[in-house]
Design a protein around this ligand. Structure first.
Ligand SMILES: Nc1ncnc2c1ncn2[C@@H]1O[C@H](COP(=O)(O)OP(=O)(O)OP(=O)(O)O)[C@@H](O)[C@H]1O
Ligand SMILES: [Mg+2]
Length: 396
C-alpha cells in the first residue's frame, strides 16, 4: 500500500486533523464567511512552508492591495517580511481578471508557478473568479487547468472563497479537499470552528473542531475523543491503591484510590475540592508525576492554597503547563471510573441526624461556623454507599 507524501501546515492541531498534513500536489478549497480566518490559515501555512525550504506563490483575485494585506499580516508572529519577494511571492491577478478574463488569469498563474518554482500556491478570492465565469463549466475549466499545471509542477494549491459552496458545486467535485471555517454563537460566547468536509485519498478527523486566532495565527484544537478515540497505550488498570494525600480519607477508602481510576470530587463553592485535589497532587514524585489542569486558577493563585506548610508543592521548580491538550493525557491514563466522592455541605435534610451525632462526639464541631463537611462515597467495586466521617479544611 502506497503512502501519499504530506505537506505539513505548521498550524498546531490542523495536521492532526489531516492525519499528517495536506496531501502534496493536491488542491484544496478553504471556505468560510468573511473574517473566518482563511487568509490567515493560508499565509501561515505559506510562511511555514517557506521557512522549511519550500517556495510559495500567493495570488490574489481581490481588489484589496498587498500593502493592506501585509499591514494586517505583520501583526501576526509568523509573518516574515524578509521572505516576501523571495521564497514567498505575492501576485495580484485582479486587473487581469477584470480586464482580460479567466483564461488570462490561468496563463498568468501558470507562468508565475514556473517562474517562482512554487511548491505551494494560494489563490485568494475564488468567488471573484466564479463571478467572472459565464457558466459552471467555465469555473470547472479554470480550476482544472490550474490544478493540472500545479500538479505537474508538484505544487499544492489552496483556493480561498468566502462563499459557502454546496457539496455538489463544480468546485467541490474537482478539488481533493474542502476545509470549512466558521464561527458560532453559544449564548453570548463566540466560538471558531473548523471542519474537514472532504479529504480525498486520506483519512481525517471529521466533525467540528474548535479553533482560535491569536497573535501567532490559527490554532486548532482537535476534539479529544476523536484524537484519542483509540488509546495509544494499553489500559494499565490494576488493583493497587494510591494515597489520596489525606491519611484519614485513605482509611475510609480502604487504602486509597484505585490506580488508573477516575474520581469526581464535587460540592458547593468553598467546600475544599481544590484543597483535596492539591493534597492528592502533593503525593506526586519525579517517578509518578502529577498534573494539574485548571480552567480558572493560575499557578500563582494555587500556590496560595498550598495545603501543607513546608511541604514541597507539586509544580514547584517544575514547569506548569496550561495547554488544554494536557487533558488528553489525563484521559488516556485514566481508564475507569472507580469511585466518586461528594461533599454536599452541611445540614442537607437526610444528613442532619448523622451530623448531630458527630457533633456530640467532637466538641469542635459544636462551635458556630465550624468548618466541617460530610463525605459521601460511592464505590462501584464494593457497591457500598454511606457517609464516612467529618473532614476539616485547615492548615494540615
Ligand atoms: N492578533 C489577532 N488576535 C485574534 N484574532 C485576530 C488577530 N488577527 C486577526 N484576527 C481575527 O482574524 C480575522 C481575520 O481573518 P482573515 O482575514 O484570515 O479572514 P478571511 O476568512 O480571510 O476573511 P475575508 O473573507 O474577509 O478575506 C479577524 O476578523 C479577526 O477576528
Ligand atoms: Mg481573506
Amino acid at each position: 500500500m502506497e503512502k501519499l507524501n504530506r505537506l505539513q501546515s505548521g498550524i498546531e492541531g490542523l495536521d492532526a486533523l489531516l492525519k499528517g498534513g495536506l496531501v502534496s500536489g493536491a488542491s484544496y478549497i478553504i471556505q468560510g464567511r468573511p473574517g473566518s480566518g482563511k487568509t490567515i490559515l493560508a499565509n501561515q501555512l505559506g510562511f511555514h512552508h517557506a521557512r522549511n525550504g519550500g517556495r510559495v506563490l500567493v495570488a490574489t483575485l481581490l481588489a484589496e492591495s498587498h500593502d493592506r494585506l501585509f499591514q494586517f499580516l505583520s501583526t501576526l508572529s509568523f509573518f516574515d517580511a524578509s521572505r516576501v519577494g523571495a521564497e514567498i511571492q505575492f501576485v495580484s491577478a485582479f486587473d487581469t481578471l477584470e480586464n482580460e478574463g479567466l483564461d488570462e488569469v490561468v496563463k498568468l498563474l501558470r507562468r508565475e508557478i514556473s517562474r517562482q518554482r512554487a511548491t505551494v500556491m494560494v489563490v485568494d478570492g475564488l468567488l471573484n473568479a466564479r463571478s467572472k465565469a459565464d457558466s459552471p463549466i467555465d469555473t470547472k475549466k479554470f480550476i482544472s487547468e490550474l490544478q493540472g499545471h500545479a500538479a505537474f509542477a508538484g505544487c499544492t494549491v489552496l483556493f480561498l472563497t468566502s462563499s459557502r459552496l454546496d457539496d455538489g458545486s463544480p468546485e467541490h467535485t474537482m478539488v481533493d479537499g474542502v476545509i470549512e471555517m466558521g464561527e458560532e454563537l453559544f449564548g453570548t460566547r463566540s466560538v471558531r470552528r473548523i471542519q474537514l468536509r472532504k479529504t480525498r485519498g486520506s483519512g481525517a478527523l471529521t466533525g467540528l473542531h474548535e479553533c482560535e486566532i491569536n497573535d501567532d495565527g490559527l490554532v486548532v484544537y482537535p476534539r479529544l475523543e476523536s484524537l484519542y478515540g483509540r488509546p495509544s497505550a494499553p489500559d494499565s488498570a490494576d488493583l493497587t491503591r494510591i494515597a489520596s494525600g489525606i491519611g484519614s480519607l485513605d482509611g475510609i477508602l480502604g487504602g486509597g484510590l484505585h490506580s488508573s481510576s477516575v474520581t469526581l470530587v464535587m460540592g458547593p463553592s468553598g467546600i475544599g475540592k481544590t484543597t483535596l485535589g492539591l493534597k492528592f497532587l502533593s503525593e506526586s514524585t519525579a517517578d509518578a508525576p502529577g498534573l494539574h489542569f485548571g480552567f480558572y486558577e493560575s499557578p500563582q493563585r494555587l500556590r496560595l492554597k498550598r495545603p501543607i506548610p513546608g511541604h514541597r508543592y507539586p509544580g514547584d521548580g517544575r514547569q506548569w503547563r496550561t495547554d488544554h491538550r494536557l487533558a488528553a493525557h489525563y484521559r488516556r491514563s485514566a481508564g475507569r471510573a472507580g469511585c466518586a466522592i461528594a461533599a454536599p455541605g452541611r445540614g442537607k435534610g437526610h444528613q442532619a441526624p448523622v451530623h448531630r451525632q458527630l457533633e456530640r462526639h467532637d466538641p469542635r464541631l459544636q462551635q458556630p461556623g465550624a468548618d466541617h463537611r460530610f463525605l459521601q462515597r460511592t464505590d462501584e467495586r464494593t457497591a457500598c454507599q454511606g457517609r464516612h466521617g467529618v473532614c476539616h479544611v485547615g492548615d494540615a
